[in-house]
Write a protein that binds this ligand. Structure first.
Ligand SMILES: [Cu+2]
Length: 153
């Protein structure tokens, strides 16, 4: 084996090794942010929605309060989009039974919005599972309360 061939073989080996290293993926997904959820202590569907969030990788800071109307007023939930719980994540408001997938999309695209809402408590939305299923819309609203459809189910 000539000296230059040995050097060439070594260089090849090093190159192959670095390709293998680069190809090995780091599979740790980025942690999802904490969602603060304000809810009435007696609200069962609120607890079910929290379970849905946790199942989808969110960390939840649940805050019980007997005066949800005051919370909604303070945070600025549009009157016609009110539901049971009100949540805050990464500066966005999440009102009602919004699916985790829509929160994922909101946080991935970071649109100029105040938040998302599912008005009322439609059957079949996350946390409102049961025999009956209603069609419902996830609305995106801005600071002035203007809303448009973000997703339909
Ligand atoms: Cu509810």
């Amino acid at each position: 084996m000539t000296r230059s061939f040995r050097f060439f073989a070594l260089a090849l080996y090093v190159a192959a090794l670095s390709i293998v290293t680069a190809a090995a993926p780091t599979v740790t997904p980025p942690a999802k942010p904490i969602i603060t959820v304000y809810k009435d202590p007696n609200c069962g569907c609120c607890r079910n929605w929290i379970a849905h969030l946790i199942k989808n990788g969110y960390r939840v800071d649940a805050k019980d309060t007997p005066d949800m109307d005051q919370i909604k007023k303070t945070l600025g939930v549009p009157t016609d989009l009110k539901s049971c719980h009100t949540a805050v994540v990464a500066g966005y408001l999440i009102e009602g039974h919004v699916p985790a997938a829509d929160i994922d999309r909101l946080l991935a695209t970071k649109p100029k919005l105040k938040g998302l809402a599912v008005a009322g408590m439609p059957m079949g939305s996350p946390g409102m599972e049961g025999a009956a299923k209603q069609h419902y819309k996830v609305m995106a609203f801005n600071r002035t309360g203007e809303a448009r459809v973000f997703a339909s189910y």
